[in-house]
Ligand binder design. Structure first.
Ligand code: HEM
Length: 201
């Protein structure tokens, strides 16, 4: 199949979104299970100095990750929404049938909570001091929510890509052709028969 560049912007959005998620969730995981246990036994003054020093270098990455997640996530959602509408997936009932808006709403709210705690953990404001006073607890809480967001995202994705099916022949994806430019979502079963077992050779 010739290299198809028409979806390149979607791939770029996905790369940016997933890389930002890796930085955000990886940072939380490292802080909770690498940094905090590693600081045990060190006196409180030195710990505070280390936290302040890390804060300064880590803060820009938290800001970049949150900005990228929000921007690429929103654009991706709007583009996907438009496409489902324009192509009238499952007779215009796809979003409703798959509860996609509900899943997105829950994901968005959970992400906002994650962003609040992730920022507070590297912040300095007096109003959020209670979070830094119990870093282990709030890091664990934020990490759990962030993992829930990742799981929810994967679930949202399989609503329209379908589960991976594969027999001995391997898996294949229905391709666009000249005659059928992009009909893969048009029928009633849109999203669930996207992947089909490869035809026998
Ligand atoms: C803690 C913050 C976030 C994390 C860790 C996260 C993580 C992810 C991951 C890993 C995926 C890819 C799922 C896959 O391909 O299997 C994804 C997809 C997506 N994310 Fe996020 N995300 C976050 C925040 C956001 C926000 C704030 C928005 C919207 C404003 C958003 C909108 C989306 C959309 C629309 C998709 C595509 C889902 C689909 O394929 O149907 N995400 N996210």
């Amino acid at each position: 199949m010739p290299f198809d560049t028409s979806d390149l912007h979607l791939v770029a959005l996905r790369w940016a979104h997933i890389l930002a998620a890796i930085v955000a969730v990886g940072g939380l995981f490292f802080a909770r299970f690498g940094l905090l246990p590693g600081l045990k036994g060190i006196d409180a003054d030195t710990q505070a100095k280390i936290h302040e020093s890390i804060r300064k270098s880590w803060l820009p990455w938290v800001i970049i990750a949150i900005t990228l997640l929000l921007a690429t996530g929103l654009v991706n959602f709007l583009l996907f929404n438009n496409r489902v509408k324009e192509e009238e997936w499952a007779g215009g009932q796809w979003m409703k049938r798959e509860n996609y808006h509900l899943l997105f709403g829950v994901k968005f709210l959970l992400s906002m909570v994650v962003f609040y705690f992730a920022s507070a953990l590297v912040g300095r404001g007096r109003g959020t001091q209670w979070i830094r006073d119990n870093r282990a607890r709030w890091l664990s809480f934020t990490l759990l929510l962030a993992i829930a967001v990742v799981l929810l995202s994967g679930w949202m994705r399989t609503r329209h890509t379908g589960e991976n099916l594969g027999g001995q022949e391997g898996v294949s994806i229905r391709q666009r052709t000249e005659e059928k430019p992009d009909d893969r979502y048009k029928d009633e079963s849109a999203g669930s028969v996207f992947r089909e077992p490869a035809p026998a050779p």
